[in-house]
Design a protein around this ligand. Structure first.
Ligand SMILES: *Cc1c(COP(=O)(O)O)cnc(C)c1O
Length: 389
């Protein structure tokens, strides 16, 4: 059988995920709970394993973006409450949510009424989370209309209000003014509801960045994504915790060759050998999630040495300079991103003008996920895929 790591793969260190959950939880005071955000296949780390480990480490909630993401976790036997952060409106969607005991975000009165109608027909009740827009301008009712919205949903017997939440637009900025304005609007809503004798069972507004910088806004739940995966939302938030990146991207050398001075490498001749060199071709490219914009700009590790990536990164392959690496062979493993590499997802993001979230989510399913922890659950064979390396 073909080995999982024959060409290129992603290694996920589940013990780092566990460590990160514990680190994040150490900032919380009871009764605040942690929601592990595992949307987009846990930011590319593998949603099922990450969810299981996060729950073992003390996460009380899971957050996903879509219904299929939630169903995947239910099929894996996960019983923790799963919140769908995205919008869901269709009849089939609502039925699936009821069937799989998922908890939708309700963003406006019209959506609430559609839910009401469908749930009444199928005689189901679901736990819902009401989204208030305090300035992100994505989903949710505007904060000025929150009161009427909550009162409407309160009178729909098949929708059980489980939380009221909002989302920050600028939590990772050094300038906290807009975040504080959003927090103030949110607090206004909560206060007004209390004055009408409505006590939301839970309220929440923090993502990873706000959780790190605004302990007084933790409320009942914090929704952490990036921090789980060991990255800091911004350099100025780094001092708060010891987080460990969990993801490493590796690929194998498929050919080694000598090239003479003046030889061009790859499409567009973007690299010309300045002297005689030894290069290696590696079986990973932009279709796997290595941004093409990094061509000629990153260093990778091979056999304990840092070397330059050279030439344009192509869809499935790229080249590296191994002139000074002795004993280099076909099959040797090159580390592109990860703890023993020079580059973090942040470095890559800065080079190509994006954010680390997009780099992490960019690693495609052509790269198998291999769990490298040996500490989580000794009875679960799936956690031992590293045996095959
Ligand atoms: C993705 C997401 C989060 C997690 O954000 P991080 O910055 O990765 O911690 C939290 N809340 C909502 C609504 C989200 O969509």
């Amino acid at each position: 059988m073909l080995k999982q790591n024959h060409r290129a793969w992603v290694e996920v260190d589940l013990s780092a995920i566990k460590h990160n959950v514990q680190q994040l939880k150490s900032l919380l005071t009871a009764p605040t709970e942690l929601m592990a955000i595992v949307k987009a296949d846990a930011y590319g780390h593998g949603a099922i394993d990450v969810s299981q480990v996060a729950i073992e480490a003390g996460a009380a909630w899971l957050g996903v973006a879509t219904i299929p993401e939630g169903i995947q976790l239910r099929h894996a036997g996960i019983t923790a409450p799963i919140v769908i952060l995205g919008a869901t409106n269709g009849i089939d969607e609502i039925k699936a949510i009821a069937e799989y005991r998922l908890q939708p975000t309700i963003c406006n009165p019209k959506q609430a009424l559609i839910y009401h109608e469908v749930l009444a027909t199928i005689q189901e009740q679901v736990s819902v989370h009401l989204k208030i827009d305090t300035g992100m301008s994505r989903l949710g009712v505007n904060w000025q209309e929150a009161m009427a919205f909550v009162q409407l949903v309160q009178h729909l017997p098949n929708l059980e209000i489980t939380s009221i939440y909002s989302h920050f637009a600028t939590a990772d900025d050094r300038d906290r003014r807009f975040m504080h304005l959003q927090a103030q609007r949110f607090e206004q809503v909560i206060t007004a509801l209390k004055a009408e004798d409505f006590h939301a069972p839970r309220i929440h507004i923090c993502n990873t960045a706000a959780m790190l910088s605004e302990p007084h806004l933790h409320y009942d739940i914090v929704r952490t994504g990036l921090g789980l995966y060991g990255l800091y939302p911004a350099p100025h938030l780094q001092s708060y915790l010891d987080l460990r990146p969990a993801l490493t991207v590796k690929a194998r050398i498929t050919q080694v060759k000598e090239i003479s001075a003046g030889t061009s490498v790859s499409y567009g001749q973007s690299f010309i050998a300045p002297q005689d060199m030894k290069m290696a071709t590696v079986a990973i490219g932009y279709a796997d999630g290595i941004p093409r914009g990094l061509s000629n700009r990153i260093r990778v590790s091979v056999n304990g040495q840092k070397v330059a990536q050279i030439g344009t990164i192509t869809m499935d392959q790229c080249a590296i300079d191994v002139s000074h690496v002795p004993n280099i062979n076909v099959g040797d493993v090159v580390t592109f991103l990860g703890s023993d590499s020079e580059n973090t997802a942040d470095d890559w993001a800065n080079l190509v003008g994006t954010i680390s979230w997009e780099i992490l989510c960019g690693f495609k399913h052509r790269l198998p996920r291999i769990n490298i922890t040996k500490t989580v659950d000794l009875t679960d064979r799936r956690l031992f895929s590293s045996d095959h390396i």
